[in-house]
Structure formats: C-alpha cells, structure tokens
Design a protein around this ligand. Structure first.
Ligand code: ASP
Ligand code: MG
Length: 406
C-alpha cells in the first residue's frame, strides 16, 4: 500500500460540482489500494477577492490579519471536500494548518515552512480517514496563522508529501502536464513525459505557471516525485523526477519565455573598481532582483556601457535607485526599455552537448531577430529580444530544436 498526496488547484475546486468530482478522484485512488492525503487550494478567484477586502480595509499584505483573512479560502474548500467525501462513503476530516500543525516562520504573507508534525496526520490515516488539508497556510511560533505566498498550496502539498515520505505527490490542475513551450503560442508544443527538477525549476521561474517555484525547489531538495496532471481526465501528465530516472536525455527539453522583463542601460559609466558594487549593492538593498547583466570592455579604459534587467514591476524603483548614485557612477545617460522579452532554452542535456547556444543564435538570426543581451547557465541559454518577436522566436526555436509534435 502506497501513500499518495493529491493536490487540487483552484479551478479543480471552483464549485460544488467540481469538488464532488475531486471526491470521486480521491475515492478512486483509495479504491486502487492506496492511502490518500489531500491538499487543496481555495476556489478559483477567492484568494484575489479576499486580498481585495484586506486592501479595502487598509490592511497590509505582510500583516498577521492579512493572513487571517486570505487563509480562509482554503478552509472553506477543505471542509466542503471532507463533506463530499463523506457523502460518497469515504471517511474524511479537514485538518487546518494549526491543527496538524504546519509550523512556519513569522514572515506574514510569504512565510516558509519550518517543520510539519506528522503524528496527527498519520493517526488520521491509520484510522482510515482521509485528511483534507488546506494548502497555503501554517502557524507561526507566536501562534498566529501564516500564509506561504501566492501559489503556496503547491508548496504545502510537496512539504506534506516529503514529511510523510509519500510515494508520489500528484498535482491536479487545469492543464494536463508541462509542455515543451506555451501551447497557446506554439500549436506544435508537446506534453513532456518526464522532466528533471532542475529543468522544471527553470521553467517555473521563467513563467510556466504550472507549479510554484518554491514547491519545485522543495521537491528537488527532498527528492519528492511529482506528477503534474489534469483533474479533468485520466491521461498521464508530466513526472518531475531526479535526473537519474531519465534515460534518454533530450538536448533541449523546453523553451520558456518571460515578458515581465525590463532593461536598463547606463551609457558611458566610469570603468573603475567599485562601480558594479555601487550599482548592484543599492539595488539589492532595495530588494530589487537583477537578472541578466552585461558590461562591455571599454575601448579607452575610462568608460563603458553597462546593461542589466529587472522585472517590469521593479523598473521605476530601479531607475530611481541608480539615478540617486549618479555622482559616483558618472554615467552620461540612463536608458530603460520594458518592451523586451526573455526567451530561454532549457535542458540538462546541454551539459553534454555542444552547440546549443549556437543553434539558438543562428535560428534567431535567420528570422532577422536582434539579440540584445545573452546569459547562460549550465542548463540554460537566455536571450533578451524585442517583445514584438516573442511568437516568431518561440516557434522558430521550437522547430530548430526538434521539439515539434509530429
Ligand atoms: N489560494 C492561494 C493563491 O491563490 C494559494 C494557492 O492556490 O496555491 O495564491
Ligand atoms: Mg497554482
């Protein structure tokens, strides 16, 4: 008998009809001879609505009362699913974060899980009941309810699965798996059968919104197998696993893109020790994440251009932060552009295959697309291009790496 954690996202529990369908899925897994623990999201749209109420009431999104309010969406779905399970003869009980408990730090609005006590959960399972756990929530050492940040119920599910040593953590969602690229843009996109944690991490952090990034990090750290699958059909989805489990590794597994990028160029900035530190230090202090960075070698040894990217939301603050340092940096001009997209080809197979980057550059060149910034890691090559060419670039690269469905 295996223990399976099943997690259902917001669209899967959007109304009572859907929740009843979830109950049937749980019953089927149990009927197959497995022990089941369920983790749920709030009904689709509910968390947004709750956040809206808090804002209207003048509450900040890092306060304990924010968490007291926004955590309730999951409490509702957990209670309702337990009722629907009982209704079809499956003994079940809801268990809130504080009842388990799921201990977190006290960073309200984006708390991290510190430890999960499994005793109460195990007792429940042994007693033949299905524990139904609201995702997204925990309890701080101060005894206050916390939430884990948007999309956090994925992280709850993985953490519960890891703590219980579950055989599998099934993430039921409204798509049937992880795709080679966004199928809304590239109709030839294919579902990936197996993907490594590292690749999934890159895909998730680059905007493939199937899984919360932190959930993937946690799965990788605890070697917890994940299965991303559809709650509407029974077809196998995508397994997220350790590299060793994948025999034939593709050179490139997927192509991700992120439109949420903005580029800042400092023209003719002084070329002397300490300049980079005095740009990126204040940005880090302001909590602004810098992604790609390029600096030219200066021709005359005195001044050079420096370009870096931040998220669109941070652009204004980043410009202000750098402008405040103008006297130290002595740059001639500061230019920003948010009309850019970052396109990344991802694959652990890159470690052992040469020429991945070259194929990317050639493909884009053939389409007349200019590359503005390049960055690479062991399993990823990213380029920054004009946002206008997003679709063209994705389609061309998808074909060039042989990812198109037959
Ligand atoms: N309900 C929360 C959210 O919408 C957590 C989740 O669904 O994962 O962000
Ligand atoms: Mg989600």
């Amino acid at each position: 008998m295996a223990l399976i954690v099943q997690k259902f996202g917001g669209t899967s529990v959007a109304d009572i009809t859907r929740i009843k369908a979830v109950a049937e899925t749980v019953k089927r897994e149990q009927g197959a001879g497995n022990e089941v623990v369920v983790v749920l999201s709030a009904m689709a749209g509910v968390t947004d609505q709750l956040i809206g109420y808090v804002a209207e009431a003048g509450g900040r999104n890092n306060s304990p009362e924010y968490d007291a309010v926004v955590s309730t969406g999951e409490q509702v779905t957990a209670g309702l699913l337990a009722l629907c399970l009982a209704g079809i003869g499956v003994p079940a009980r809801s268990m809130m974060g504080w009842q388990i408990p799921i201990h977190t730090d006290d960073v309200h609005g984006k708390a991290r899980i510190a430890k999960i006590d499994v005793d109460a959960l195990r007792q429940c399972v042994v007693a033949g009941e299905v524990p139904v756990i609201p995702g997204f929530q925990g309890i701080s050492a101060q005894g206050r309810i916390t939430t884990l940040g948007r999309g956090g119920s994925d992280t709850s599910a993985v953490a519960v699965a890891a703590a219980l040593g579950a055989e599998r953590c099934d993430i039921y969602t409204d798509v049937d798996g992880v795709y080679t690229t966004d199928p809304r843009i590239v109709s030839a996109a294919r579902k990936i059968d197996k993907i490594t944690y590292e690749e999934m991490l890159e895909m998730a952090s680059l905007g493939a919104k199937v899984l919360q990034t932190r959930a993937v990090e946690l799965a990788m750290k605890s070697n917890q197998r994940l299965h991303v699958r559809s709650s509407y059909s029974d077809v196998p989805g995508t397994l997220v696993v350790d590299e060793d489990e994948i025999v034939e590794q593709e050179m490139v597994s997927g192509i991700a893109y992120s439109r949420d990028e903005a580029k800042i160029t400092l023209v003719q900035v002084a070329d002397k020790p300490g300049v980079a530190a005095s740009i990126f230090g204040p940005l880090a202090d302001a909590g602004i994440n810098v992604d790609m960075i390029v600096q030219n070698v200066s021709a005359d040894g005195r001044a050079t251009d420096l370009t870096f990217t931040v998220t669109e939301a941070d652009l204004e603050r980043a410009v202000e932060t750098v402008a405040a340092k103008k006297d130290v940096l002595e740059y001639a001009d500061l230019v920003s552009d948010s009309n850019v997209v970052k396109i990344s080809v991802i694959g652990v197979g890159m470690r052992s295959h040469a020429g991945v980057a070259q194929r990317m550059f050639e493909t884009l060149a053939e389409k007349g697309i200019n590359i503005q910034v390049i960055s690479t890691s062991e399993i990823k090559v990213s380029v920054l291009i004009n946002e206008e060419y997003t679709e063209l670039a994705l389609r061309a690269l998808h074909t060039a790496y042989g990812l198109d469905a037959e």
